[in-house]
Design a protein around this ligand. Structure first.
Ligand SMILES: NC(=O)c1ccc[n+]([C@@H]2O[C@H](COP(=O)([O-])OP(=O)(O)OC[C@H]3O[C@@H](n4cnc5c(N)ncnc54)[C@H](OP(=O)(O)O)[C@@H]3O)[C@@H](O)[C@H]2O)c1
Length: 421
């Protein structure tokens, strides 16, 4: 039931020829090369985690340390700690330093890009990976970045490079939950994906920036068989989530899943909604979404709001925790019966869950069980069986079921969700 994304041909920018690189300009690289960074004596693969010293990058690293034998190279722009080990080394590099970046990529077997916010990122890292024949993952959560990355589909396919964007928990595990549901149905009608996050979700300030960037503009959603424009944080719905969240309010939010799920599956409608705990944050976000465009679209305002909200969550996280819960409901027909298939997932630490979502795909790429050249969203590349296996290895559970709705027409309307109201 997968339907392919529009893959217009991407254009490559020229890159520096690193063979002309002068080692004395990059002393740490020369040193690393001398130490034989690409593979150690055991021939372990090297995984480069860009932004690996940030919150999500660290979670990805923790998962890989637990589930793979890979040598990890974690980057940041400034030295964040001295916690190095034989299996994990730290390096400072700015994404703007293309020479060093390309060199590190060429020395690796897998690159995991965690250095957001992705709204501001070009696809240079992906392009370098394609040129160097290195597999690529990212934790991007921005629709415009996803569109830019997808333009490299043909080049990645030709190069035999598997590149998967939007990995993590949401997007990431959320996409696989939907695929799981779609595969249960004979006929697909509508997808309703929603999630709720407690406080900061354990993520860094970058995630706060991403949230406010997501409020800046109306965005398009696929509803009733056509693309329509909606405003962020509108059309609230009550959705029943797994404990401890229970019934929580979610709102339209611009996410990559809104785009990719509509391209991946033949649904007439794709609804993607987001909410926060405590509900005070929902109210504040709702209010912010109604600020004048001149305020919310100003980068200084976004920075200010991200700083303030990050400080607030540092306090409220102690009360609410930093968990996540999500629910995918996929409507359609199964053996002649109308209904919806539902699947839920929850985790007490959003950042850890994101690390596990990305780590499980990295593990499959490194072991060779996943090889799918091209640039893909998670639901297009990751077979459900692999998704389930790797989650199980991490002790993570998905609850699921089929709910017949009979001939109740309201249950299959776009705006009326039997899970809500
Ligand atoms: N898919 C998912 O499930 C999911 C979930 C949560 C978050 N995310 C995304 O994950 C990303 C990271 O979030 P986070 O909480 O880990 O943020 P964070 O703690 O602020 O970490 C960001 C990391 O990126 C690095 N970085 C930023 N700009 C850079 C540049 N120009 N060059 C090199 N490195 C740079 C930072 O280095 P410095 O330490 O030197 O600043 C830091 O290591 C965000 O974009 C977020 O939206 C995805």
């Amino acid at each position: 039931m997968l339907r392919s994304l529009d893959r217009s041909k991407g254009r490559f920018g020229s890159v520096e020829d690193i063979t002309k690189s002068q080692p004395e300009q990059h002393p740490h690289l020369a040193m690393e090369r001398d130490q034989g960074m690409k593979r150690d004596r055991d021939d372990r693969p090297q995984v480069l985690i860009l932004g690996g010293q940030g919150r999500i990058g660290q979670s990805v690293a923790a998962d890989l340390l637990r589930h793979t034998r890979a040598q990890l190279l974690l980057t940041s722009r400034t030295q964040q700690s001295d916690r190095q080990s034989e299996q994990m080394r730290l390096v400072t590099v700015d994404l703007a330093d293309h020479l060093t970046l390309r060199r590190l990529i060429a020395e690796s077997q897998l690159v995991i890009h965690c250095a957001g916010p992705f709204r501001y990122r070009d696809t240079r890292v992906l392009e370098f990976c394609i040129e160097c024949g290195v597999n690529y993952l990212d934790v991007s959560d921005d629709r415009t970045f996803t569109q830019r990355a997808m333009q490299h589909q043909a080049a990645a396919t030709d190069a035999g490079v598997t590149a998967i964007v939007n990995t993590g928990v949401f997007p990431g595990i959320s996409n696989s939950l939907v695929r799981l549901g779609v595969e249960q149905l004979d006929q697909l009608d509508r997808i309703h994906l929603s999630y709720v996050v407690a406080g900061s979700g354990g993520a860094g300030k970058t995630v706060m920036r991403t949230t406010f960037l997501g409020l800046q503009h109306p965005f398009t959603v696929f509803r009733g068989g056509e693309w329509q424009t909606v405003r962020p944080y509108t059309e609230p719905e009550q959705v029943e989530f797994p404990p401890p969240y229970g019934r929580s309010t979610v709102y339209w939010f611009d996410m990559p899943e809104t785009l990719t799920l509509a391209h991946s599956f033949p649904a007439q409608t794709v609804i993607t909604k987001f909410g926060s705990v405590p509900s005070l944050y929902n109210y504040l976000t709702w209010l912010t979404a109604r600020f004048p465009a001149s305020v919310i679209q100003d980068s200084r305002s976004v920075e200010f709001l991200a700083t303030v909200s990050h400080r607030m969550t540092q306090i409220s996280d102690r009360l609410t925790g930093i968990g996540v819960a999500m629910r995918a409901a996929v409507y359609g027909e199964k053996r002649g019966q109308k209904g919806y298939y539902w699947a839920t997932f929850s985790h007490p630490n959003t950042a850890v869950a994101a690390g596990q979502g990305t780590g499980s795909i990295a593990q499959s790429l490194l072991s060779g069980t996943l090889h799918h050249p091209g640039v893909w969203a998670v639901e297009q590349a990751l077979p459900t069986i692999l998704f389930q296996q790797t989650l199980q290895e991490r002790g993570l559970a998905i609850h699921q079921g089929w709910q017949p709705v009979g001939e109740n027409p309201r249950a299959l309307q776009d705006s009326a969700d039997p899970l809500s109201n």
